[in-house]
Design a protein around this ligand. Structure first.
Ligand code: FES
Length: 107
């Protein structure tokens, strides 16, 4: 069974659906909105840094160069390494937030 969860993207107020087997970044890309940059998708570039403000999730290995231990305790993760285990609320951080805001302003 591949349970799906709702993801709330705080910066735009949008919601999207993400399956437990899918990472949060890939599902966000499926929104098709401009301003979601394509990074390494492998936890190594830090482009997709977000803070999970609500909900349960699992994650695979992330580079400590981009997410420190204390940030991780504060809910900061790389979206390409996160898999939802419940509905989530996420707050994009720089540089992802900058990219989304730039395109939001142009829309
Ligand atoms: S896309 Fe590179 S760390 Fe997520």
């Amino acid at each position: 069974m591949n349970t799906k969860h709702a993801i709330h993207l705080a910066i735009t107020g949008e919601h999207y659906v993400c399956a437990e087997s899918q990472d949060v970044l890939r599902a966000m890309e499926a929104l098709g909105r401009r301003g979601i940059p394509i990074g390494c998708r492998n936890g190594g570039c830090g482009l997709c840094k977000v803070r999970i403000t609500e909900g349960e999730f699992a994650h695979s290995k992330m580079s400590r160069a981009f997410v420190s231990e204390s940030e991780e305790h504060d809910g900061v993760v790389l979206a390409c390494r996160v898999f939802p285990r419940g509905d989530l609320a996420i707050e994009p951080l720089a540089p992802l937030a900058r990219c989304i805001n730039r395109h939001k302003a142009q829309a």
